[in-house]
Design a binder for this molecule. Structure first.
Ligand SMILES: [Zn+2]
Length: 481
């Protein structure tokens, strides 16, 4: 049983008994999987047999966390996409651990990052949106962040972020001695990398460096030469859209129409450009002699609809919006795949044992996530929720995902069921055909929600005019929210 979230894991394991099916064996290497890799295993309640050796020694490792905004896993070459959108991440995945089914707890920038840093779900930490109806959410002040814990242990801490939703005024800067953010709404990833590499020159040992790139977020406007990185006539985007029943056009929140073919083409260029920044960062760590002692984590904060389910942007509980890449590379990390469904909230509990020189008891006790390398029993089910800013007719508020089944509960109480093995793109609702699965998962979801809300405190403050204007310009917090 995981050290964190014991009660919740026990409860949901009991509720989820009878899932049936055996866990798949993890692949021995992190090779590029076939296209369309998705749920391939049946649900399970038993832990994986795979074990990963932990880093040894007393020397505290450097930790570098890279978060890429708005990156859906199935558009990356290391996740099976036919175009080579991410050669640098592919190389890291080959030499490290790749989590094939990681879900963001909520597909919104600030809440998702807050979960990553605190190890708890949004209902617990209280930050539910970047901005909602003129209000800014504030994190439960009783929670410690990873940066605060590492700073307390003498780490040199610095953050370089690329967009306004992660401005220091939200409190996400807690624990970072250096917090570097754009003066305007956002900045290109290359500028953020420049600033981070400058800091790296004088960084003490050990260090915790967080770099956030925002380029794949709308608007999609890749810089040269990546705007011409792929042949628009290669049929890749066309086939990808057809397989997911993406229409030619869709409306963004607020009504603006989007040409989805053009948007999808440009999105790939943004991914390729961002991956180049990852290459620069890795190269700099090598040149400055830090690479051999660096634990590098790359993860997305949420995906992007790109027109699937009629949604060009993000904010809903579809896998399109929540399934993100997650790769860990560094000392003590053996190459491999983790194929169980997991949450971005699991980062902290999974990383702590990889930093054995530290004893971060308070943070460890606080985490509700699961240590995904411990091979310990957990419920096998992961909760995600939509952002409250979504106000379309049929918003999907909560989901519970197992290896095979996914339950979606909409804001009006309707429950949909998807078989992710047979239907990885969530196109066919099977609730009527499998009422027993709906009812089992519904009870389990209620238990998860009750646990997450227990002890959670959410505070809000009025947004400043500058915050409201800036976030609206990025597509958040508009009148429809
Ligand atoms: Zn984001």
């Amino acid at each position: 049983m995981t050290r964190c979230g014991l009660t919740l894991a026990c409860l949901t394991t009991l509720l989820l008994q009878g899932c049936g099916g055996d866990a798949p064996e993890s692949a021995p290497g992190a090779g590029i999987p076939p296209q369309g890799e998705s749920a391939r295993a049946d649900a399970r309640s038993e832990p994986s047999a795979r074990r990963v050796p932990r880093a040894a020694g007393d020397e505290p490792l450097d930790l570098v966390l890279v978060t890429i905004d708005t990156v859906r896993a199935d558009r990356l070459s290391c996740y099976g996409y036919p175009r080579r959108t991410t050669p640098h991440l592919d190389a890291l995945a080959r030499g490290g651990l790749r989590f094939t089914r990681c879900l963001a707890p909520v597909p919104t920038t600030l809440p998702s990052h807050t979960s990553m840093f605190t190890g708890v779900m949004p209902l617990r930490h209280g930050v539910l949106a970047n901005l909602h109806q003129g209000l800014v959410y504030e994190r439960d002040p009783g929670l410690q962040t990873l940066a605060e814990a590492l700073s307390d242990r003498g780490y040199d801490t610095a953050a370089f972020v690329s967009a306004l939703p992660l401005r220091r005024q939200t409190g996400i800067d807690a624990g970072f001695e250096v917090y570097d953010q754009p003066k305007r709404l956002e900045r290109p990833g290359s500028r953020t990398t420049d600033r981070a590499l400058e800091w790296l020159l004088g960084a003490q040992e050990p260090m915790f460096l967080w770099v956030h790139w925002f380029d794949p977020h709308n608007p999609y406007d890749p810089p040269a030469p990546w705007d011409e990185a792929f042949d628009p006539d290669d049929g890749v985007v066309e086939a990808w859209m057809r397989e997911r029943r993406v229409p030619d056009r869709a409306a963004r929140l607020g009504g603006r129409e989007v040409d989805l073919r053009t948007a999808n083409e440009a999105y790939d260029g943004e991914l390729r450009a961002t991956d180049e920044e990852l290459g620069r960062l890795v190269q700099a760590l090598k040149e400055r002699g830090r690479w051999e002692r660096t634990l590098l984590v790359v993860i997305g904060d949420h995906g992007e609809g790109l027109g699937q389910h009629g949604e060009p942007a993000h904010g809903l509980a579809w896998d399109d919006h929540t399934r993100v890449p997650w790769v860990i590379h560094g000392p003590g990390v053996e190459p491999g795949l983790i194929e169980e469904v997991c949450s971005a909230t699991d980062i902290v509990p999974t990383l702590l044992p990889l930093l054995p020189a530290l004893r971060l008891e308070r943070l460890e006790a606080q985490c509700a996530g699961v240590d995904r390398l411990a091979g310990e029993a957990n419920s096998g089910a992961v909760h995600t929720q939509s952002s409250p800013r979504q106000s379309q007719d049929r918003r999907l508020d909560h989901s519970l995902t197992e290896a095979r089944w996914k339950l979606l509960r909409t804001s009006d109480g309707e429950e949909l069921l998807f078989d992710l093995v047979a239907d990885p793109h969530e196109l066919k609702d099977l609730a009527e055909q499998h009422p027993e699965e709906v009812s089992r998962l519904s009870v389990a979801l209620d238990a998860v929600l009750a646990e997450e809300q227990r002890g959670g405190t959410s505070k809000t403050r009025a947004a400043t005019e500058e915050e409201e204007t800036g976030l609206e310009a990025l597509g958040y917090g508009g009148a429809g929210d």
